[in-house]
Design a protein. Structure first.
Length: 189
């Protein structure tokens, strides 16, 4: 007895594998380097701030830290350390990665449809925490950044599941041409 997976089920399993792999490489990269060799990667989002440090890393760690360098500010005080090395992304981004994985697991196990508006409300804690830091002297802590990141990651994964379900289960919006009734050729009824 074989069970065929729907396109939506295949999509969810693929996304889960991607999220597991991404979190795994983020956590493995510092373990492949000598203890204490990556101390301060502070920079800005969207640019390479640390090519000198990354050039001294093994190929795997170099690739992961370079992706982190482009994607994250990597501010040392806002990051966790593993093996005495700063992780490739900040504590909030680690939380988002954990949340994406967790949210996808929930999306696989929980089959009911979810109102996207209600899910979007789950982004408010991260928006408030990060927003206050950006516009005031308020400074969050790594635990709060991790937690708000996890919540946002879960919400993002569940939103992805909801929108993928709408597209993969129902299909794209039918075109008007396909909705027109088909006429039988003349002389046939």
């Amino acid at each position: 007895m074989s069970t065929r997976r729907t396109p939506f089920q295949k999509w969810k399993l693929t996304m889960l594998a991607i999220f597991v792999a991404w979190l795994a490489v983020l956590l493995m990269a510092p373990l492949t380097l000598p203890s204490g060799s990556v101390k301060d990667l502070s920079g800005a989002v969207g640019r390479l701030d640390n090519p000198g440090q990354e050039a001294r890393m093994n190929l795997f760690a170099d690739a992961v830290y370079t992706m982190g360098d482009i994607e994250c500010h990597q501010i040392a005080e806002r990051s966790f350390y593993l093996n005495g090395n700063e992780l490739p992304v900040c504590s909030r981004d680690i939380g988002i990665s954990i949340g994406l994985l967790t949210g996808m697991l929930i999306g696989i196990l929980y089959v009911r449809r979810i109102n996207p508006f209600l899910l979007a409300v789950g982004l408010i804690p991260m928006i408030v925490d990060g927003g206050l830091q950006a516009i005031s002297s308020y400074q969050s802590n790594n635990t709060l950044r991790l937690v708000t990141g996890i919540i946002a990651g879960v919400v993002a994964a569940l939103l992805l599941c909801e929108f993928a379900a709408r597209y993969l289960e129902v299909g794209p919006e039918p075109s008007r041409k396909n909705l027109e009734p088909k006429m039988a050729p003349k002389g046939q009824v």
